[in-house]
Design a protein around this ligand. Structure first.
Ligand SMILES: *Cc1c(COP(=O)(O)O)cnc(C)c1O
Length: 452
C-alpha cells in the first residue's frame, strides 16, 4: 500500500513538481502541505490538520470548498457535456453565463468573450483595444497607460502592463514599452488628507499623461479600487470617475481589470459600480467560477463588437482563440456561482460581514509595528513596518510576512502574505467565530514575527 501522509506526499511532490511563484529551495525548510480535502472555509491535510483558508485559495474561492450547489451543478454538467469546440459550436451553460454576466455587469457591457485565465483575459482586452483602433483607421494607437504598483498577470503582455518590480524586472528586456503613471494608492496620503482628496489630487498626473499621449494610446488599464497583488493598496472611487471622463475626452479606452476585485470583493458586485462607470472592457476571472475551475471573461460594448463585424474578406475579425474557450464545466460553475449571489442576497450579507472583519481587526491599528489597517469591502490588509512613525519598512530580506505565514499555519490558519502585508480575503461563508480566530492567530503571528 502506498503511504499517504503529509511527508510521503510532500516528498513525491518535491521530486517532480515545480510550484508557481515559489523559490523551491524554501521547501528545504518550509513544509509543503498536501491537502486531502476541502470543506467550507477549511482545508484538511493528510495528517488530519485543518487550515482556515483566509486567502480564499489565492482569491478565487467565494462560497467555500465543496460547495453543495456548485458541486451538484457540476455533476449534472459532467453527465451531459464536459467540453466542445467553441468556434462554430456553442452550448447552454456558455450562453446562460454570458446572459447573466451581461445582466449583472455595468450597463452597456453587452458582449462576453471567454478565455481560460486572468492573464489571457488581459491579453484579449489589450489586443481588442489595439485592434479596434486599427479597424477604425487609427493604427498609430499602439501604447497602453498603466498605474505604478499595478498587477495584471504573468504572460508577456499582461506582465508588460503590470508594474510590480518583483515580478517584472527580470523580464523587462522582453516586454513592450508602456507608459506608467503614479498610483492613487492612499497609503502615501498626507496626514489628515481623505482618500478622496488624495486620489483626485493624484489624478492630475493621469490627466497630463492622457493629454500628452492620447494620439498614440489605445487604452488605460487599471485595477479598480484595490491593487491587490501590489500589497492590497487602495484608493477612492473618485479616481475611476475622473478616469472615465478623461478617457472619453481623449478617445482612449478604459480597461477595468476586475479579475481580483470582481464578484463582491470590494463590497459591490463589481468595483466599477462604486464610481457608477462602465469601462470599455472589463476583465473577469478568479471568483467567476466560485474558485472551482479556470475561466475568464472579457465583457465589452456593442460599439467594440460592431467595429469587428464585417465581411470576412475585410479581415477585421478578432482571430484570437484558446483551446478551452468557453469550457462547459467552467461555465456551469460560473452559472451556479452567480445563482448563489442572486438567490442568497450575498452582497447585502457581506455588508455586515465586512463590518465584523473591521471589528475583529480593530486592535491592529494601535500595534507598534502596524502602519495601517485598510479595508475595502471584503478585503482587509494590515501593513507591517519597522518604524510606525516614519513608515520605514522592514527590509524585505527579513521576510517578516513569511514568519507570520509559518506561525499561522502551525495554528491552523492559511494567511499567505504579500511581502510585509498580511491580509484577510476569506470566502464569504466565513462565520464571526472563524473571523475572531483568524484575527487572534494573525495577532499572535505578528507578535512572533516582529520580535527580533
Ligand atoms: C490574478 C490576477 C490576474 C491574473 O490572473 P491569472 O488567472 O492568475 O492569470 C490579473 N489581474 C489581476 C488584477 C489579478 O489579481
Amino acid at each position: 500500500m502506498i503511504l499517504k501522509t503529509n511527508q510521503a506526499l510532500a516528498q513525491r511532490d518535491l521530486a517532480v513538481l515545480w510550484h508557481p511563484c515559489t523559490q523551491m529551495h524554501d521547501h528545504e525548510t518550509l513544509p509543503m502541505i498536501p491537502i486531502k480535502k476541502g470543506q467550507g472555509v477549511w482545508l484538511e491535510d493528510f495528517d488530519g490538520n485543518r487550515y482556515l483558508d483566509a486567502v480564499s485559495s489565492w482569491w478565487v474561492n467565494l462560497f467555500g470548498h465543496a460547495n453543495p450547489a456548485i458541486n451538484a451543478a457540476l455533476k449534472d454538467q459532467l453527465d451531459n457535456l464536459e467540453h466542445v469546440i467553441f468556434a462554430g459550436f456553442t452550448h447552454e451553460s456558455a450562453i446562460k453565463l454570458a446572459e447573466k454576466l451581461v445582466e449583472v455587469t455595468p450597463i452597456g457591457l453587452t458582449r462576453c468573450f471567454y478565455a481560460d485565465n486572468g492573464s489571457a483575459a488581459v491579453e484579449v482586452a489589450l489586443k481588442m483595444s489595439f485592434h479596434y483602433w486599427r479597424n477604425q483607421g487609427r493604427p498609430a494607437k499602439t501604447k497602453f497607460i498603466t498605474l505604478e504598483n499595478s498587477y495584471h498577470g504573468e504572460t508577456l503582455g499582461a506582465l508588460a502592463v503590470g508594474n510590480v518590480p518583483l515580478y517584472k524586472e527580470t523580464y523587462a528586456p522582453l516586454l513592450m514599452d508602456v507608459i506608467s503613471v503614479p498610483s492613487p494608492d492612499c497609503y502615501h496620503r498626507e496626514a489628515g488628507e481623505s482618500w478622496a482628496d488624495y486620489s483626485s489630487r493624484r489624478f492630475e498626473l493621469m490627466e497630463q499623461t492622457l493629454q500628452q499621449h492620447a494620439d498614440t494610446v489605445c487604452a488605460v488599464i487599471i485595477e479598480p479600487l484595490v491593487q491587490c497583488a501590489g500589497s492590497m493598496r487602495m484608493y477612492d472611487a473618485v479616481y475611476l470617475k475622473l478616469l472615465r471622463e478623461a478617457c472619453d475626452k481623449y478617445q482612449v479606452h478604459l480597461i477595468a481589470d476586475e479579475i481580483a476585485v470582481g464578484f463582491g470583493r470590494t463590497g459591490t458586485l463589481f468595483a466599477c459600480e462604486q464610481a457608477a462607470i462602465t469601462p470599455d472592457f472589463m476583465c473577469l476571472s478568479k471568483g467567476l467560477t466560485g474558485g472551482y475551475l479556470p475561466l475568464a471573461a472579457v465583457m465589452t460594448t456593442a460599439l467594440m463588437y460592431q467595429a469587428f463585424y464585417d465581411d470576412y474578406v475585410k479581415l477585421t475579425a478578432f482571430l484570437h482563440s484558446h483551446s478551452y474557450t468557453g469550457n462547459a464545466l467552467a461555465c456551469r460553475a460560473g452559472v451556479a456561482t452567480l445563482e448563489i449571489f442572486q438567490q442568497q442576497g450575498i452582497i447585502e450579507k457581506n455588508r455586515s460581514l465586512a463590518q465584523t472583519m473591521a471589528k475583529v481587526a480593530a486592535r491592529f491599528h494601535d500595534h507598534p509595528h502596524v502602519a495601517e489597517v485598510r479595508q475595502t469591502g471584503m478585503i482587509l490588509a494590515i501593513e507591517l513596518v519597522k518604524n510606525k512613525a516614519t513608515l520605514e519598512p522592514y527590509p524585505w530580506q527579513e521576510r517578516r510576512g513569511v514568519k507570520v505565514y509559518q506561525y499561522a499555519l502551525s495554528k491552523g490558519v492559511l494567511l499567505r502574505p504579500l511581502g510585509n502585508v498580511i491580509y484577510f480575503m476569506p470566502p464569504y461563508i466565513i462565520t464571526e467565530d472563524e473571523l475572531i480566530l483568524l484575527a487572534e492567530v494573525a495577532w499572535q503571528g505578528i507578535q512572533h514575527a516582529v520580535k527580533e
